[in-house]
Design a protein around this ligand. Structure first.
Ligand code: GLV
Length: 321
């Protein structure tokens, strides 16, 4: 008998057919994620679960699945949606998709940095509103990148790929990671710095840490107070790394220069969130890895983790913490 798996969204056809060669597949192909109660219902008796960041995978899901569940394969590098400790306690393996989305996410970070620095969204809205009457020396004047300082908080794969791209624009890079050594920093031509130094010296602060109890609200009211009054905050990591109410207050009172957010808390951001009324704020809907090629690579990698898990092999990319 083929192992049974539940897949919580439609995925790239190449990944689906790879899974179908080995597994009996139940696929939820809704636009919205399966509600928690339906998720619990559909995982009953499965060997494997292919999940997304929009699925809360906790002890209740493991309980509902029962003893057959061997693997949860998350189609994401982040896994803060999953109770990893509860999975490990039951011997359930967890897979993620590091590496394949590094470039796409770093590209998007630079897109946000450039868009905020050069006021691209304001410019688009200005033209669409029919306000473009003439060229003017002060019209929508933004900020130079060359010679400015970018602070990178979280210097893993994505942080490093951002540094590499930003160096081509002439940005000086300050980087923080708890494990960053002087040798590593030298190898990537960045200056190691504390979070405090980054906050007080950077013109652009970009977040690339995972969401953990330690990083939740890392950028809080106190951190925002330390930032330069024209600094721009870019977040392509996880929304709750930033205290969004404190961010709104800092922006509203002109204590920082702007923000560009690919991730929010909660997601989706409610339509009436006051941040959406501020001209110096850009919000996009969690698009870090959203290229067709990257999403296919993620789906294939997650398929391989799933197949390994249900066939009793070690996962090619297992979450070990
Ligand atoms: C997306 O946010 C991911 O973690 O892959």
């Amino acid at each position: 008998m083929m192992p049974k798996v539940f897949i919580t969204r439609a995925i790239a056809p190449s990944a689906l057919s790879r899974i179908e060669t080995v597994c009996e597949v139940d696929l939820w192909d809704g636009e919205m994620p399966p509600p928690y109660s339906i998720l619990c219902d559909r995982v009953r008796g499965v060997d494997g679960l292919f999940s997304m960041i929009t699925d809360r995978i906790d002890a209740g899901v493991y309980e509902a699945a029962g003893a057959s569940l061997k693997v949860v394969s998350n189609m994401a590098v982040g896994y803060n949606n999953i109770d990893v400790a509860a999975a490990q306690a039951r011997g359930i393996a967890i897979g993620n998709t590091p590496g394949v989305l590094t470039d796409a996410t770093a590209d998007l970070t630079l897109a946000l940095l450039l868009a905020a620095a050069r006021r691209i969204v304001e410019g688009v809205e200005y033209v669409r509103a029919g306000e473009w009457r003439t060229w003017h020396p002060n019209l929508l004047a933004g900020r130079d990148l060359n010679g400015a300082t970018l602070g990178i908080v979280g210097f893993g794969r994505i942080g490093r790929a951002v540094a590499h791209r930003a160096q081509a624009f002439g940005l000086r890079i300050l980087a923080y990671s708890p494990s960053l050594t002087d040798e590593e920093a030298a190898r990537f031509s960045v200056t190691p710095a504390s979070i405090e130094t980054i906050l007080s010296e950077a013109d652009f602060v970009s977040l690339h840490c995972p969401l953990t109890p330690e990083t939740r609200h890392l950028i809080d009211a106190q951190a925002l107070t330390q930032m330069k009054d024209d600094a721009i905050l870019i977040n392509t990591s996880r929304g709750p790394v930033v205290d969004q109410a404190a961010l709104y207050a800092a922006l509203k009172e002109g204590r920082i220069g702007g923000a560009a957010l690919d991730v929010t808390d909660p997601e989706p951001m409610p339509d009436d969130d006051p941040l959406l009324l501020l001209p110096n704020v850009i919000v996009i809907p969690h698009l870090g890895s959203a290229t067709t090629q990257t999403r296919e690579k993620m789906a294939l990698m997650a398929a391989d983790n799933l197949i390994a898990g249900v066939t009793g092999q070690p996962l090619p990319n297992a979450v070990t913490t």
